[in-house]
Design a protein around this ligand. Sequence first.
Ligand code: IMP
Length: 172
Amino acid sequence: MDFKKELLLHRNIIRARVRELAVQISRDYSDREPIVLGVLNGVVFFFADLVREMTIPSRIDFIRATSYGSSTSSSGTVRLTKELEISIKNEPVILVEDIVDTGLTITEIVKNLREREPESIRICALIDKQERRKIEVVIDYYGFRVEEGFLIGYGLDCNEQYRYLPDIYIMR
Ligand code: IMP
């Protein structure tokens, strides 16, 4: 593919911010053992770095959600294509996403998870594209607010490519 990419977040900046989030979460859940739930695939590197920086015990699990629509925008119809392996009933859940953009995907996922009666659900997103929101979402922990552009790297893809890049770039 022919495109230019512009560095937005260097790996050192990401690492420092992930550490801050982990400190904050560990403080907020100091007497708990949350289930940290990642939304595959984009979350993989963020998730792994975050959980390892946390200083409290946790359990981890993953779901996968597919939204119908084009590759660079979400249509808001979400289907879980990978289910949870552990029960979240009466458990504190931290749902970890790569990007909250329009907010449609995370809203649908939360709706689905609430049916399983967790004690609580908090949302942690690496990137908050707040300006593009179509539906209000409370993000309890966010790494970076980004106003515009399509991002790749550190797990973020364009048609399943570029996830392996260690830094985050804007596609031009
Ligand atoms: P939403 O439903 O519009 O909030 O879309 C959220 C999902 O769209 C994210 O979990 C990503 O998978 C994808 N997405 C949104 N923006 C980007 C981006 O800039 N790069 C890569 N994926 C993105």
